[in-house]
Design a protein around this ligand. Sequence first.
Ligand SMILES: Cc1ncc(COP(=O)(O)O)c(C=O)c1O
Length: 453
Amino acid sequence: MMGTMSERNYPRVTTALPGPKSQEIFDRQSKVFYTQMQQGDMCPFILDRKTDDELLHDVDGNSFANHISAWGASPYGAFPPSVREATIAAWDRYGMEISCFIQSPPVTELAERLVALAPGKLTRVAPTVTGTEAVEGAIKLAREATGRPMILAFLGQYHGESTYLAQSTSTELSVNTSNAGVYAPGIVFAPYPSAYRTPFAKGAGPHDDTVVIDYIEHWLLRHQVEASQIAGVLIEPIAGELGVYAPSQGFWDGLNRLCREHGWLLICDEVQSGMGRSGPVWAGDLWGLEPDLLLVGKGFSAGGQPMAAIIGTDAVMADTPVHTTGTYVWEPAAIAGALAGLDLLEPAMANAMELERIGREVLTPLIERHERIGDVRQYGSWAAIEFVTDKESKTPDTESQFAFHRAALRRGVFAISAPEKWVYRMQPALTMDPELFRWSCERLVEAADEVLG
Ligand SMILES: Cc1ncc(COP(=O)(O)O)c(C=O)c1O
């Protein structure tokens, strides 16, 4: 159980990373896995077990504060007891079942609860297993509902790695298949809007991100695609993989206007930003968004079994011939876990706001303290530290970012980083003990001082 400050265990790293036992498994791994399963640079340890005090323990006896939470899929800690019990009980009762064909009562109950939680005019649910499938299903639904072929998306967003999405999303060219020169048809892009970083303005900023609306209106729609060909706008209300960037209210006002004027569906990918991750239930609530399609995954699974969904309007989903289901959608055990998770959401969101407060207090001053820290962003239990060579040019500083990650790891703080990224990202469980979060932030300040002087 969560301890008080004096009782709680703090991370301890006593070996070089990787430690010898981890290294032995990494050596074996390099012979059997394809390259993308060899993540030893970013995660230089092999997990032995997790404990419900938010620590990850490696096979060499080191422990780390868990600021990854299964990439957001364990929002209530490693072993929320109610999720565990419900998951096991459902498996004992139903085993595995094809829930789009043989339906037990909880299938409908979960859809009802999801609709009750959803914003605005969303009334219908299509179950999927993964976020990737939710995005692909939403694109199919939008095209079918409007009879239009094109989707407007934003450079730098991440939506998944299926062949279609890998060829049509753009987080990094290296993780999709564009290196092979194959691009999916039917997608046009604008830059992701943010006050910190835009290709349309130089200097420290903050910048007016409504320039992206101008670009869509006066460039894209004039020179690249007819507005009447666009079925919908696919957007992450907060762009997670890109580095936790968020648009301004002005941008959303402009986008809503374009959607109204041209009959575009607003498709919000909240697979990562939703279910309390960003503060409110949906990141879109920060700007009063009323999407036509909303995609949910990760935190929706509550740390139980894989679980994702498309939530949509009657207009798009009440009478559609489109299928998004499959053998494994909404397994009974996954449904039970997700239902139990929904009961945990509200108190978890209250805790996440405490994490946001601590992050702002301890991490935000890093901007003043270091020329190479350009920005710190914190939304609920989501934090991002952006490394730049200098505040004026904002040239991404991948080297400092990755050195910072290594320095943080040596202190027992494990969050999301990669050698090619310049934004370091924390996404702990919404329920992380605020003391452990504060302790971690303080270690990050030390790590920044070590790396940046
Ligand atoms: C915004 C967003 N959409 C979609 C996905 C894909 O979800 P999944 O990994 O469950 O397929 C992710 C995963 O990180 C995501 O962050």
